[in-house]
Design a protein around this ligand. Structure first.
Ligand code: FE2
Ligand code: FE2
Length: 188
C-alpha cells in the first residue's frame, strides 16, 4: 500500500467525525436558538422511542408492563406530533439533530432485552431502563416549557405541559408496577 493510501485510511475516522459533527452543528447565540436546538433534540429522542417502545412491549412478560409500553407508544406518537406543530409554527424543520442521550438510553434497553435470561428479571430491568428514559424526558420538557414561557410562546407552553404530564405519569406508573409486583417477582 502506498504511503498516501495508508494516510487516507488512517485519516478516515477523523474525517468522518468532522463531517458528522459539522452536519449537526448549530450556532446557539440566543435563548431562541437554544429553544430550537432542544426542541429538535427531543424530536429526535421521541422518534427513536417510537421505534424502541414496540420492542420493549414485545419483550415485556408482565401484562401490565406490556400494556403500559403500548399505551406510552400511543402517547409518544402524540408527543412527536406536538413537537412537529411547534417546529412548523417556528418555521423550522427537525433538521439533522440526533439526541445522543436517547441513542445511549435505548441501547441500554436493547442490551437488557438481550442479556436478561429470566422473564421476571428482564421486566425489572426493562422498567429500570424505561425510567431512565422518562427522567431524561421530564428534565428536557421541564427546561423546554420554561424556555417557551420566557420566550412568550404560550401555545407551546400548553403543548409541552401536556407532554410533561404524560412523562411524569408514565414514570409514576412504572414505579407503581415495579414496587407492587415486578421487583418482588424478580427475586429468586
Ligand atoms: Fe416522550
Ligand atoms: Fe416518555
Amino acid at each position: 500500500m502506498s504511503s498516501t493510501k495508508i494516510l487516507l485510511v488512517a485519516a478516515a475516522p477523523l474525517l468522518r467525525a468532522i463531517l458528522t459533527s459539522e452536519s449537526t452543528k448549530m450556532k446557539i447565540d440566543t435563548l431562541a436558538d437554544l429553544y430550537l436546538d432542544q426542541i429538535q433534540d427531543m424530536r429526535s429522542c421521541e422518534s427513536q422511542l417510537v421505534k424502541a417502545l414496540p420492542k420493549m412491549a414485545t419483550a415485556a412478560a408482565h401484562p401490565e408492563l406490556k400494556a403500559g409500553f403500548k399505551n406510552h407508544l400511543a402517547e409518544t406518537n402524540e408527543q412527536l406530533a406536538r413537537l412537529d406543530t411547534i417546529l412548523a409554527d417556528l418555521g423550522k424543520t427537525a433538521g439533522r439533530k440526533v439526541c445522543e442521550a436517547a441513542v445511549g438510553l435505548v441501547k441500554e434497553g436493547v442490551e437488557m432485552i438481550e442479556n436478561a435470561t429470566e422473564a421476571q428479571v428482564r421486566d425489572a430491568g426493562l422498567i429500570c431502563a424505561a425510567q431512565k428514559i422518562e427522567h431524561y424526558e421530564i428534565a428536557s420538557y421541564g427546561c423546554l416549557r420554561t424556555f417557551a414561557s420566557l420566550l412568550g410562546r404560550e401555545a407551546d407552553v400548553k403543548l409541552l405541559d401536556d407532554t410533561l404530564a404524560e412523562e411524569k405519569k408514565a414514570n409514576e406508573s412504572l414505579t407503581e408496577l415495579a414496587t407492587t409486583a415486578v421487583n418482588a417477582e424478580a427475586l429468586p
